[in-house]
Design a protein around this ligand. Sequence first.
Ligand SMILES: NS(=O)(=O)c1ccc(Cc2ccc([N+](=O)[O-])cc2)cc1
Ligand SMILES: [Zn+2]
Length: 261
Amino acid sequence: CSSRVGLSQMHPMWQEPLEVPGGERQSPIDISLRKSVFDPNLKPLVTQYDPRTCQQIWNNGYSFLVEYDDTTDKSTLRGGPLEDQFRLCQFHFHWGENNSWGSEHTVDRHLYPAELHLVHWNADKYALFEEAVVAENGLAVIGVFLKVGKTHEGLQKLVDTLPAVRHKDSVVEFTKFDPSCLLPESTNEYWTYAGSLTTPPLTEAVTWIIMKQPIEVSHDQLAVFRSLLFTSAEEEVQKSMVNNFRVQQPLKGRTVRSSFT
Ligand SMILES: NS(=O)(=O)c1ccc(Cc2ccc([N+](=O)[O-])cc2)cc1
Ligand SMILES: [Zn+2]
């Protein structure tokens, strides 16, 4: 998908801008269980992902992105808090240097070792990803927490490809991958709130949908994530790609809704 737009200004430890102009709905946030509000009108999520739209994996110098062909409505998300149909553009992860931290969102301040983001844009309202990115609620990102446990069989195909994209700007073909294998069994229990991209350009265009149930991956699978590099092959000093998460942002009066009591 075309999320390559605007990535050039991104570099590993990009300086955290103190305040994004009009930053009233920044992400990530801490999800407080007692402050979230059950909304009985929230619908079940409907994902329809076609593995044939999976194209490649790209190390963009901040994470690795699995990119999908989003020129048709073959891989879509609708339902949940969403009014429109959204197209899957890419998914990527954020993780730490060890298993004690790495997620961007937290639940009652609980940190997970990693977090998956499935990025979708509103194809009912916009013709291109680039348009949706700057539009209020042009994007919908599903967040899934990762915890250390048994090996995730579906993830292993992806993990085996990572050494081929060790350096920044490397790309490798990656096909026939169905990202629904990375969703928890129950996708009916989630939190949702209005937020932003967690990396530049930090635009406030995202409806966040955070799954309550984490997925389990093995210690060794996470270790392969950490073998990736922020730096390109030409650079003398190689830097391990770890801690690629943003610090938590103020809620600023926003309400986090839950689809469950
Ligand atoms: N971490 S996250 O909030 O899910 C996230 C999702 C997608 C992107 C990719 C991206 C989104 C938009 C742009 N842009 O408009 O220049 C550039 C890169 C960046 C960050
Ligand atoms: Zn992300």
